[in-house]
Design a protein around this ligand. Structure first.
Ligand SMILES: [Zn+2]
Length: 573
């Protein structure tokens, strides 16, 4: 076995950085039934469950396949953790940054890692690492089931090391285990270096890491199956991504799945959900992936059109058709001919308009106001509402026949608070968009800003987040990161009830938080820091608006009297 150990390798005792920055990213929110490591959901799993799982896999698939499967699961975890340390340790030297990975595995309770040798030069693509793994949970459960093994069994950890280091380095790094607690050694010993630095026999271990299989990569090119730098840019080809929408949560994917089913048909789709959940974006998506995508997409907000004008808006008008009609013009139905007509807030239509709409839908024909000519229209209708139309029918406010006509394919869009997994993706999406729009460089979100956004209830859903991040980008300094003082500026109420890991290892409720500065900074704002935040945002807004209070109030999304009240409250005026 050749291991080309570089002469520059660090052999002196390697100082481990303080783990607190990583530990602070671990949060327990039992009221949500979730544990978070940064923006990733984690699980506390019984070691005995891992033991049972391994045993079932080995016994049912055989050792070779079980080894591959477990390695790939480890790889994925390592790649995810590399994203965490990238955020937390960005800016520190590459050794401290890299050692975040071994520290995270320790935090996750799998093993204690002791560096033996480490040589890293990312820009040069150079990597050599050797570690002792102490008290490895994987070896322990293996021995419990199968007794002493003849070769290393720490498959998940070796896979983790491959995933973490390959993502960290941006090039394939292969790890192998040379001594294992399961084979009777005191500690496991693993070594990692670039794939091409290993000999052929060692490279054979790559067969365990069929990354493409695990991540469902498209394309059959076998070279894609190797761990490669491309992995860092990979985006799993979920329905969400093929539609160009942002999300990864199950609720979001369920919506995308239904859209993919309904889009190719001409069925009427009815989007249900609270205000601001993005019903219009989803409707546009239905249009875009339908066979009508070349035709027009015409949107009507039924709540925004006065009742007296509704008929002429929808169906058009002929010159002289009614007082004030000085010219003939087509309505939205005609303009949507060959395409899609989106009727937002359909629940606000008057009884009379509902009847006319029903006739247009049933007959596929419309008459302009004041005209006697019947015009054929070929329109696919998508409707949306935030009211319970079934209840409105019962109350006699909505026509039952129209309800049946539009309720062919209902799709419920969950509120943002029920798809929290999407929040980090959306934050990033809006941040990129508004940085571009305002030509600003914002490095990202401060840690407590991330926490607060993820824990906030979002009564206004995605539209509220969009507005909040747009304001924050305007308020923040160029080259800085978004913090609470830029984000929560419109008097939003933060729910301070997440749990944090204290330096002593205990889990405490944040709302009972004491003076421990570390813990406080790591969670969402306490009341006192919220006040600071508000003062800071008021000051910034006034400065940004050069003392113009009306403009400052607009920047913060509040009224001028509220602005004046708050300035007085904090003695700023
Ligand atoms: Zn081992």
């Amino acid at each position: 076995m050749t291991i080309r150990k570089p002469a520059t390798s660090v052999t002196a005792p390697i100082l481990e950085p303080n783990i607190n920055d990583l530990a602070k990213r671990l949060r327990f929110t039992p009221q949500e039934g979730r544990i978070w490591l940064d923006d990733q959901r984690m699980l506390l799993m019984h070691a005995s469950s891992l033991q049972a799982l391994r045993q079932e896999l080995i016994d049912s698939l055989g050792q070779e396949r079980a080894h591959g499967l477990i390695s790939r699961i480890g790889y994925q975890a390592g790649a995810h953790d590399a994203e965490v340390t990238k955020k937390v340790r960005a800016g520190s030297d590459s050794y401290s940054h890299f050692l975040g990975g071994p520290q995270l595995v320790s935090l996750e309770g799998l093993v204690r890692c002791e560096p033996i040798a480490l040589d890293i030069d990312v820009s040069a693509g150079r990597y050599f690492g050797a570690f002792h793994l102490v008290d490895c949970a994987e070896a322990e459960v293996h021995v419990k089931t199968y007794g002493i093994a003849t070769e290393g069994v720490c498959w998940m950890l070796t896979g983790y090391a491959c995933g973490y280091t390959s993502t960290f380095m941006g090039r394939p790094i292969l790890w192998r285990e040379f001594e294992c607690r399961a084979t009777g050694h005191e500690k496991c010993r693993v070594v990692g270096q670039p794939v091409e630095d290993w000999d052929d026999a060692a490279r054979d271990d790559l067969r365990f890491l069929q990354i493409g299989e695990l991540l469902n990569w498209s394309g059959s090119d076998p070279s894609h199956r190797m761990v490669g730098p491309k992995i860092r840019e990979r985006r799993p080809d979920t329905p969400a991504n093929s539609l160009g929408l942002v999300g990864i949560s199950t609720g979001f994917n369920a919506v995308c799945h239904k859209i993919q089913k309904a889009a190719p048909t001409d069925a009427t789709v009815l989007f249900l959900g609270e205000s601001g959940v993005g019903k219009e974006i989803f409707s546009k998506t239905v249009h875009r992936v339908s066979k009508r995508s070349e035709g027009p997409f015409v949107a009507v907000n039924c709540a925004a059109i006065p009742e007296a004008l509704m008929e002429s808006e929808l169906f058009g008008v002929t010159k002289g058709g009614f007082t004030g009609a000085t010219a003939s013009r087509p309505g939205r139905f005609e303009r949507a001919n060959g395409g899609t007509l989106f009727l937002d807030e359909i629940g606000t239509l008057s009884w009379a308009s509902q009847g006319k709409l029903l006739r247009a839908l049933q007959e596929g024909e419309i008459e302009r106001v004041g005209d006697t000519v019947v015009r054929k229209v070929d329109v696919r209708v998508i409707a949306a509402t935030n009211v319970d139309l079934g209840e409105a029918v019962k109350r006699g406010e909505f026509r039952q026949d129209l309800f049946y006509r539009i309720n062919v394919f209902p799709i419920k869009v969950p509120p943002l608070r029920e798809r929290r997994d999407d929040i980090p993706l959306m934050m990033d999406w809006f941040l990129q968009r508004f940085c571009k729009k305002y030509d600003k460089v914002i490095t990202g979100f401060r840690e407590r800003g991330v926490d607060a956004l993820r824990n906030y209830r979002w009564p206004g859903n995605i539209r509220e987040m969009e507005n909040m991040i747009e304001r924050a980008v305007i308020l923040a300094d160029d080259g800085g990161a978004l913090d609470l003082c830029h984000l929560f500026t419109a008097g939003e109420e933060l729910d301070a009830s997440s749990f944090v890991l204290r330096p002593n290892g205990n889990i405490d409720s944040n709302s009972e938080s004491d003076e421990e500065e570390d813990a406080v900074a790591s969670t969402q704002a306490t009341l006192s820091s919220l006040a600071d935040t508000e003062v800071e945002s008021l000051r910034r807004a006034v400065a940004e608006a050069k003392g113009n209070l009306a403009l400052a109030a607009r920047l913060l999304g509040i009224s001028r009297p509220t602005m004046a009240y708050r300035l007085r409250k904090y003695g700023l005026r």
